[in-house]
Design a protein around this ligand. Structure first.
Ligand code: PAF
Length: 239
């Protein structure tokens, strides 16, 4: 029996549905994990206000043919005495790692634990979180976890905004301005970002070193719209 795992923090949207469908198409058994992981949030406030709607998430999981929803509590994941962290090196210190210290330690550690607890053949992640994807690929290879990592294409709104759980926090004017992220990536022009820009760069998708533009490279962007920080990625296409 082959097992596909879709790790999530809930607040499911069409991007998650795409991950669930890919897993459903390729495996006998589909497990979705739903765990809002406190160790990957910088500020307690961001963790506490992260959108949560378990009833709706379970209904979506069922409608996408998920066999099992794995929903550990924080105490089950991190019992008293817990003190081990998985840290990925240089790759995880760049871009998002520099702006969100400790974030990728939290992600790498929880994903390693989720892999060990659910023993999947394949795990599915969104392309939008490109550096998370790279960190998880690196960690999985370096620790010989034996899980195949599959990236699934970003689902976008008609104006180009990548679908994300955090979009629900955008005020109407922020939502309108958020479409500028995609336009700026396409034009490779940071000045088009109508928000507080953290970075816009062309990078190697494995190392996150900045490289000259060429097919295979990706464009990454992060910006703050009021209290809401959004990130996005597009591939550099052959021209
Ligand atoms: O992308 C996410 O939703 C989370 O970072 C993940 C991979 C489920 C780990 O908590």
């Amino acid at each position: 029996v082959s097992v596909g795992l879709v790790p999530t923090m809930g607040a499911l949207h069409d991007g998650h549905r795409a991950l669930l469908r890919a897993a459903r198409a390729e495996h006998d058994r589909v497990i979705m994990s739903l765990f809002v992981n406190p160790t990957q949030f910088g500020e307690a406030a961001d963790f506490e206000t992260y959108p949560r709607d378990v009833e709706r998430d379970l209904a979506i999981a069922e409608s996408e043919g998920v066999d099992e929803v794995y929903m550990p509590t924080v105490e089950e994941m991190y019992p008293d005495g817990f003190q081990t962290t998985v840290t990925v090196g240089d790759l995880a210190a760049r871009f998002e790692g520099a702006h969100r210290p400790g974030h990728f330690d939290g992600v790498a550690t929880v994903v390693a634990k989720l892999f060990n607890r659910t023993r999947p053949d394949t795990a599915y992640f969104g392309e939008k979180d490109a550096q998370q994807l790279a960190v998880i690929r690196r960690m999985t290879a370096d620790l010989d976890l034996g899980v195949e990592i599959r990236a699934v294409a970003t689902v976008r709104e008609p104006d180009g905004l990548a679908i994300s759980s955090r979009n629900v926090r955008l005020r109407p004017d922020e939502r309108r301005r958020a479409a500028s992220l995609h336009r700026a990536m396409v034009a490779r022009d940071p000045s088009l970002v109508d928000a507080d820009l953290d970075y816009l760069a062309v990078v190697d998708p494995e190392t996150f070193h900045e490289i000259p533009e060429r097919p295979g490279a990706i464009v990454v962007v992060a910006a703050r719209f009021g209290d809401t920080r959004l990130i996005d990625t597009i591939p550099v296409e052959r021209s």
